[in-house]
Write a protein that binds this ligand. Sequence first.
Ligand code: IPM
Ligand code: MG
Length: 362
Amino acid sequence: MTKKIAILPGDGIGPEIVNETIKVLDALRSGFGLNVETEQGLIGGAAYDATGTPFPEATLKLAQDADAILLGAVGGPKWEPLDYALRPERGLLGLRAGLELFANLRPALLYPQLLDASTLKADVVSNLDLMIIRELTGGIYFGKPRGRRINDSNKREGYNTLVYSESEISRIAHIGFQIARKRQKRLCSIDKANVLECTELWREVVIEVGKEYPDVALSHMYVDNAAMQLVRNPKQFDVMLTDNLFGDILSDCAAMLTGSIGMLPSASLDKNGKGMYEPIHGSAPDIAGRNVANPIATVLSLAMLLRYSFDDDATATHIEQAIQAALDAGCRTADIYSEGTRKVSTTEMGDAIVSALLARKS
Ligand code: IPM
Ligand code: MG
């Protein structure tokens, strides 16, 4: 049966990097018999401009009806003056919440070709392969009450709520342990249990769930230490399990270990494994429209989509190896450029990946 992918390019560099990914998808359809259809929808600032809301009903419906979703990025300075409810980010958060995509997988993998692109010493990051599992539909991102008010001293006040129920913690912990089982069987849970009650409960529940996975070595780390350890000795980690806010921060940090934030894909899954796939970087408004953004994180997100939602390991591997081949050929977008390599544009990188892909056909 033909599978359907909803494609939501979004804002900033979103449309450019998604275009390159569509080129890859087209090559897979024509050259490798991949049986998928696509339909595009509006999200974020682009949706706000066209319809007055960053998260139109039609987009939710498109996403619900599709077998998987591929998203570019949302946000930009143009929409910053808007109320929170109308900001581009609400579109993305609405989609995550609306589809209950609670499990966010963010793999940080260093491609050997990019060893020189990392700001860290080669021996610290060589062969790096870690997975951050971020809880995505709870915590301080969604906790209530939240807002702004005027306090008793007639001063402005802002407030948010960090809250997790034990069932929210246990379902993401199960995902963490199951993924660790398929890797090196080491799970480090990140919290701030020395200060925040909510994350004290997090630790407690993770330990309880861990009893069902005696073959996985469980450890715990405070988030401040984890941030330090990520740049000090990142290879000590296999799977890092953490909440929504800490995961947001730590995954940007982990991305830079691999040379560039432009390299990291992600999967956001619901309890049945249905997923939305997106690069972890944002809309990069400063470089939008200039044909310089790195499309690799988005192309890798398509590979994750095929692997996790369509169970198509073979095609995902073709994509990943085509990316390696483009890197082997010396192609580098500006963010991963180093001396002795060839600086290419967004579209040139897309073309290089497509031709490497088609070369694999024969
Ligand atoms: C991410 C992004 C989003 C987040 C923004 C765009 C809302 O930073 O996916 O990491 O904070 O989750
Ligand atoms: Mg982020």
